[in-house]
Write a protein of this length. Structure first.
Ligand SMILES: C[S@@+](CC[C@H](N)C(=O)[O-])C[C@H]1O[C@@H](n2cnc3c(N)ncnc32)[C@H](O)[C@@H]1O
Length: 257
């Protein structure tokens, strides 16, 4: 015979079921809305590609149903995120002034929300329009200038320190090359984070189509100072390196002038 549930157990099972139903409902609603908003876009544009990735949860989903967007474990895992935050903080505090910040490809803004206080004026941009609209409301109290823009095509805002974290690894070489041409005119410093093979002398900058996957799967990774990008910087320094998934997530500081 099945033992009767006591009231407490029945109550907590009921709450779990309701929150599960709520989560499924919110997620389905989000996918429908984003698919609808994606419909008018050129399906090969960066905007359509990354809107689709978020709508379908290609980088996973947050266990918190209120997190509408999830940029992947590299944006949430404390083992990856904390050393990054510490190294950005150490660099920013070493400057003789409080710099303005430019977050290029801000994603779900989980990382951005942790470093925003280090900066004076802060601009955060991403190519996914519905996510930027969502951030303007959800992170209103962070006093951030959220903008929808494509860092490989649109004019870049001005700032002392630009940060592009695990974004270029998703882009084609054409897109990266356009970004490399524009960035020294936008920022004095660039903090760039890329997921790279853990082996010395890996073949850099093997081309790929823009999308959710990265060059690591082909044994390659982005090195901005190597051909075909040849980024010109007066100084370059590694800020941190964290092993992750048969590779290493490397954060590099570039100074342009
Ligand atoms: C893996 S997520 C990283 C998000 C964030 N930087 C972080 O570290 O948590 C990559 C982000 O770059 C954005 N992105 C990709 N291509 C872009 C482009 N051309 N212009 C602006 N944002 C772009 C994507 O929409 C996505 O939010």
């Amino acid at each position: 015979m099945v033992p009767p549930l006591n009231c407490k157990m029945a109550g907590s099972l009921g709450r779990a079921a309701i929150s599960e139903i709520f989560y499924v409902f919110v997620t389905c609603g989000l996918i429908c809305l984003m698919n609808a908003s994606n419909h008018h876009l050129d399906q090969s544009s960066n905007e359509a590609i990354f809107t689709r990735i978020y709508a379908h949860g290609h980088w996973g989903r947050s266990p918190n149903p209120y997190d509408r967007f999830f940029s992947g474990s590299g944006s949430r895992d404390p083992a990856v995120v904390e050393p990054y935050i510490a190294s950005v903080e150490a660099f920013v505090r070493s400057l003789p002034f409080k710099p303005s910040g430019l977050d290029l490809g801000c994603g779900d803004f989980f990382v951005g929300s942790r470093i925003r206080h280090l900066f004076d004026h802060y601009t955060a941009c991403d190519v996914v329009g519905p996510m930027i609209d969502h951030h303007r409301a959800r992170f209103q109290h962070f006093n951030v200038d959220f903008r929808k823009l494509d860092i490989s095509r649109d004019p870049l805002p001005q700032a002392d320190v630009g940060m592009v974290r695990q974004v270029l690894q998703h882009l084609s070489n054409d897109c990266i090359a356009r970004f490399v041409t524009a960035i020294p005119h936008s920022c004095r410093y660039l903090i760039c984070t890329e997921h790279l093979p853990a082996v010395e002398g890996f073949p850099s900058n093997i081309d790929k189509p823009t999308g959710g996957y990265i060059r690591l799967e082909a044994g390659s990774g982005v090195d901005l100072m190597q051909p075909p990008f040849n980024l010109q910087a007066v100084a370059r320094r590694q800020l941190c390196a964290v092993p992750e998934h048969e590779g290493v997530i490397v954060t590099t500081l570039y100074q342009f002038h």
